[in-house]
Ligand binder design. Structure first.
Ligand code: VTB
Length: 313
């Protein structure tokens, strides 16, 4: 994909983050999401792409904007698929918890899995542990030890990031029994999956169940870093199993990175809304508003952190 698009893409997530920021702590998830979605949608229109939303705000009848199948961009450029999450961590924005980003991933038509909106069991590590034999089907202890070996430190110094949910009670127990540390987050496992790729995040591995569509977005970023991600759908009943099948995704299949986000022409852009393990949030600056973003292309694996001072009159 065209490298000149990187700056265009970051404008899209910056706009969403700035709009979402106005809603931090106001207790209104819907209004926050609407503001960020509208900003993302309108910014996309000035980018020269012929984009189709494959992961978005919902089906056409339930989402007015950035719905699945919607065309975005000026229509002039190449045909690409887009996976968006105008606010990944809506709770964080609404209630002022840490860790929320505006994010999207893109790839040539057909490269991003059309993941059904249901749970996914996930595991992710950074580049240093990418070939350590981490596997979703291994025990927690085996995975913790493999990461510890790859990083050259004892299991007691390994930190695993996990969404703070009752469904993770067992896995949290096992991580601690393996001697490792658990870092709980209220929301935002996209940033959680990317964190092990950053050497200064203090996080070595992500484990646990989050939403499947975000697994595709996270994989795109993890690939750009040369990290590792595996997922498997975790349908909660037979109806969800059937829905997964009807969307062409085997609910029992182990999904490797190539299944989730294919090839090496992927792009990723994210801007922090509320500070988390990978990005600072939107802050005021003398110039107006300051944003922190991460933009990457999988082809070159160039990682760009962009600090932008937006002039607000
Ligand atoms: C959220 C959110 C995550 O999954 O937890 C959601 O914070 C689903 O889990 O970042 P719950 O139903 O328990 O809230 C994510 O959106 C993405 O995987």
């Amino acid at each position: 994909m065209d490298r000149n698009l990187a700056l265009e893409f970051v404008r899209v997530t910056e706009a969403a983050a700035i709009e979402a920021n106005a809603w931090v702590g106001k207790g209104d998830k819907k209004a926050a999401d609407k503001a960020a979605t509208e900003a993302m949608r309108s910014r996309f229109n000035s980018v020269d792409i012929n984009g189709t939303v494959v992961i978005g705000e919902g089906e056409r009848d339930e989402a007015p904007m950035l719905y699945i199948g919607e065309k975005v961009g000026s229509g002039k450029g190449m045909e690409i698929d887009i996976a968006v999450d105008p606010i990944e961590g809506t709770n964080s924005v609404a209630f002022g918890y840490p860790n929320s980003i505006a994010v999207f991933a893109a790839g040539p038509r057909g490269t991003l899995l059309h993941a059904p909106d249901m749970y996914m069991n996930k595991i992710a590590v950074g580049p240093k542990a990418a070939n350590a034999g981490i596997h979703l089907d291994k025990s927690v202890k085996e995975n913790v030890e493999a990461v510890a070996n790859a990083l050259g430190k004892p299991a007691s110094e390994v930190t695993v990031i996990v969404l703070d949910r009752p469904r993770h009670e067992q896995i949290i127990k096992e991580i601690r029994e393996a001697g490792a540390k658990v870092r709980l987050i209220s929301d935002g496992d996209v940033a959680g999956a990317i964190a092990p790729c950053l050497h200064d995040s203090g996080v070595d591995m992500l484990m646990g169940i989050g939403a499947a569509p975000e697994g595709v977005i996270a994989t795109t970023a993890v690939k750009c870093f040369g990290g590792f991600f595996q997922g498997r759908l975790a349908p909660k009943d037979d109806a969800e199993r059937e829905r997964a099948k009807s969307m062409g995704v085997d609910p029992d299949k182990l999904l490797e990175m190539e299944d989730l986000a294919k090839g090496d022409s992927l792009q990723f852009a994210a801007t922090g809304i509320v500070e988390g393990p990978i990005l600072k949030g939107v802050t005021e600056s003398a110039h107006g508003v300051q944003t922190h973003s991460l933009v990457m292309r999988s082809k070159t694996k160039t990682i760009r952190f962009i600090e932008t001072h937006h002039h607000v009159k």
